[in-house]
Design a protein around this ligand. Structure first.
Ligand SMILES: *Cc1c(COP(=O)(O)O)cnc(C)c1O
Length: 384
């Protein structure tokens, strides 16, 4: 069997044609494909505004800027995530701290968050922003996080890079029912792809306006936003220090086309995940515990094996041509974050999970036969 990656994009002829059409059109960037994709994804998720950007890392950075995070500010996130969920605060000169995970759901523990907030209130060090990460596509317990946000006055940015198509209490992730902003990633291993790309969804008009401004240099061409009188039709004003974080029209056209296939992707991922559950039932591996009010988008299929055998299992699977991976090295253990004072033992559940973690392949074109092969390889190395 040829090499099986842990995740990969699924591009069909319609996707290809939609990009080609843009290449032959008048607009490669700043054209109509971007607002069309923004509107379609916002509609699908039930949010008022969508703001497309060049990747989710930029989206998280813009979210922090739009929420006025700056030096002296604080952002808390999960240690079981990609570094970008934390780095966004550092770009703004703010401090980062982490909240340990629930060992069953592998998401930020709401109990740990509750305790940490109580301590932080006493110390006068409450966070300005909390970034829950919907790990592997499973939504965090957002209603409880929103209650805490109300009580302690912090903003909530959902890092839903894994979770486009997920839902919580029957409401799509991205509706921002319990958050200020939701961020999606369209990197090729994620659920939908635009090559590189990301989107911010929000229901707040003020945030959407800030996000659009900051995405494009902090420049406006709208007279009602300007400080002074227009000099003529060429006139624009830079109101803030923004960036060029724009998505191209080729990317947006691909995203729009991929979005038409989202339900198919989700059905396939969900089916494969359920089947993994059955195939793995007799093996000594742990799986992410789902909760009844959430429907995962199944970006990843993480399993836990004994820490003493994780390295051997990983190496064996890779030798068999199976592109397993590990999600995630706890962010606080990265040298950059150790330099800021974090270290081993700070978030023990995330560290224990990391020592046992392996992500098995999961993507729409992953076949039944490939899945049987993957589980067989795992069974052999585990000596079952
Ligand atoms: C992929 C990912 C990001 C970053 O996304 P990019 O689009 O690659 O910048 C951020 N957070 C999480 C949890 C991710 O998985």
């Amino acid at each position: 069997m040829s090499y099986i990656p842990y995740g990969r994009q699924d591009i069909d002829d319609v996707d290809v044609q939609s990009v080609v059409d843009v290449l032959r059109s008048d607009w490669l960037t700043q054209g109509p494909a971007v607002p069309r994709f923004e509107q379609a994804l916002a509609d699908r998720c039930g949010a008022r505004h969508g703001v497309a950007v060049c990747n989710a890392t930029a989206a998280l950075h813009l979210a922090c800027r739009a929420l006025s995070l700056g030096p002296g500010g604080r952002l808390w996130t999960s240690p079981n995530t990609f570094v970008a969920s934390a780095n966004c605060a550092r770009y703004c000169g703010a401090d980062v701290d982490f909240v340990d995970i629930d060992p069953r759901t592998l998401n930020m523990s709401v109990d740990a968050l509750t305790e940490k907030l109580a301590r932080a209130e006493v110390e006068g060090k409450l966070p300005d922003i909390v970034v829950p990460v919907h790990f592997a596509g499973l939504p965090c317990k957002m209603d409880r996080i929103a209650e805490l946000a109300e009580r302690y006055g912090f903003a909530v940015v959902e890092d839903a890079s894994h979770a486009v198509g997920a839902s919580y209490q029957m409401v799509p992730t991205g509706a921002c029912r319990y958050s200020d902003i939701t961020v999606f990633s369209f990197h090729p291993v994620k659920i939908l792809t635009t090559g590189e790309g990301g989107m911010l969804l929000t229901n707040r008009d003020d945030l959407a306006e800030q996000l659009r401004l900051l995405r494009s240099h902090g420049i406006t061409r709208q007279p009602e936003q300007m400080m002074g009188a227009s000099h003529g039709d060429w006139y624009y004003e830079q109101l803030d220090l923004g960036y060029n974080f724009r998505m191209t029209d080729m990317q947006a056209a691909l995203g729009y086309s991929q979005l038409q296939r989202l339900d198919d992707f989700l059905a396939r991922r969900c089916w494969l995940a359920a089947r993994y559950g059955e195939l793995l039932a007799q093996l000594p591996v742990g799986t992410q515990v789902q909760h009844s009010d959430a429907q995962s988008a199944w970006h990843l299929f993480p399993v836990r094996v004994a820490a003493s055998s994780r390295r051997a299992v990983f190496d064996h699977m890779r030798r068999e041509g199976i592109g397993v991976n590990v999600h995630y090295i706890p962010v606080h253990l990265q040298p950059y974050y150790r330099e800021l004072g974090f270290g081993p033992g700070d978030f023990p559940e995330a560290e224990r999970y990391y020592a046992e973690a392996i992500s098995l392949p999961l993507f729409p074109s992953f076949t039944k036969d490939q899945q049987v092969w993957v589980v067989g390889a795992l069974r052999r190395i585990l000596g079952q």
